[in-house]
Design a protein around this ligand. Structure first.
Ligand code: PHE
Length: 367
């Protein structure tokens, strides 16, 4: 027996004290790190309980088995308590994190608003696609046009009523508005009143054969109402080639009407007049509202006019640089606004260029 070694009772006391101390501190430990530190201090290689376990060897031989058993039991008890405390703490920490990071799955979502295409544009896009199928390319001209291209070169004479100041928006001579005496610019620039001047531009810059679709914004001096705007959109078409005929024009427009409005769409041609086409026609489709029986939308005629067309006038061909003895062509022009109103059954043109989102959001499906 050495003096260092406590007598068996003293050993049991030391063991009990170590265990009580460890358990007391464990329950006071507030986080995982504190438990780890404590377990190291008690159970580690230089830990207090480890030292006690080692000292069993120094007890009298007959006391060793009981002391060893008691010391091991204490170690297992402390280890179990440490594990338990660790589990409690970490599940507490998890609970706290879960509570802090909780997502309320029943809360109303915050939706992201996506934009969508404007109904005028979806109709124009459909036109582009249909005519692309016929081999047409897109050709665009300027919105500020010369009087010559908008009128003269299209065979519209100077005394034609369409040129009236009441129809045409002339650009003012610089400074004349400020001077209180507005007058049209000397260079004759106007806001184009239709897309037909682009026909001349296309003929002059493209060689035959020509197959172009010419969409664009147009302007007229109009009193704005449900069916008239001072700003509107047209889509013009032009084909120039050898041996084109009225039959080609007729076939193409009928095909177009079926592609746009469905296989069974009824169509008809009526004589029309435009200075830049000869002969000229108006092209009608069976009323989309009543199907042809007659209703207010078609003024009880059963038909709706969707475009004007004709064989390109020889003078216009010549102005575009073609010899009418060699080349012929046909042209057509339609109002995009009207096609859009018809497609959606909209009763007032003014909605289209207004900024009323309640109206526009109805077209969020891109149709
Ligand atoms: N430019 C004519 C209009 O504004 C439409 C049209 C185009 C007619 C081409 C015939 C040929 O009404």
């Amino acid at each position: 027996m050495t003096t260092k070694t406590p007598p068996p009772d003293a050993f049991a006391d030391a063991l009990a004290a170590a265990r009580a101390d460890a358990e007391g501190r464990l329950s006071a430990a507030e986080d995982v790190a504190a438990v780890d530190a404590l377990s190291h201090e008690v159970l580690g290689r230089n830990g207090s309980l480890t030292a006690l376990l080692r000292s069993v060897g120094e007890l009298p031989v007959e006391d060793r088995p009981a002391a060893g058993q008691a010391a091991n039991a204490a170690r297992v008890a402390i280890e179990t308590a440490v594990a338990q405390r660790l589990q409690d703490l970490s599940s507490g920490e998890l609970d706290a994190r879960l509570a802090a990071e909780a997502v309320d799955m029943t809360a109303p979502g915050s939706s992201r608003r996506a934009g969508h295409l404007h109904p005028l544009w979806t109709v124009e896009r459909d036109l582009r696609e249909i005519f692309h199928g016929f081999g047409f390319e897109i050709f665009e001209g300027p919105e500020i046009e010369t009087e010559a291209l908008n009128f003269e070169l299209l065979n519209i004479p100077a005394d034609h009523p369409a040129r009236d100041l009441w129809d045409t928006l002339y650009l003012a001579e610089a400074g004349s508005i400020e001077a209180g005496a507005p007058r049209p610019a000397d260079d004759g620039s106007i806001l184009r009143t239709h897309t037909s001047p682009v026909q001349i531009r296309a003929m002059r810059s493209l060689g035959a054969p020509i197959r172009v679709l010419m969409p664009g914004r147009c302007f007229r001096y109009e009193a704005v109402d449900a069916s008239h705007g001072f700003e509107f959109f047209q889509v013009e078409g032009l084909v120039v080639d050898r041996d084109t005929s009225m039959a080609d024009l007729k076939w193409m427009l009928e095909e177009f009407a079926r592609a746009m409005y469905g296989e069974g769409t009824a169509t008809r041609f009526r004589p029309g007049y435009y200075p830049f086409t000869e002969p000229s026609v108006a092209f009608d489709i069976g009323c989309l509202v009543c199907g042809g029986t007659g209703c207010p939308a078609c003024k009880h005629s059963g038909w709706m006019t969707i475009l004007g067309a004709g064989m390109v006038h020889p003078t216009v061909l010549r102005n575009g640089g073609f010899d009418p003895a060699e080349y012929q062509g046909y042209a057509f022009g339609m109002g995009l606004d009207r096609l859009t109103l018809l497609r959606h059954g909209i009763g007032d043109l003014r909605y289209l260029l207004g900024a009323d989102l309640r109206f526009l959001e109805q077209f969020s499906d891109g149709r």
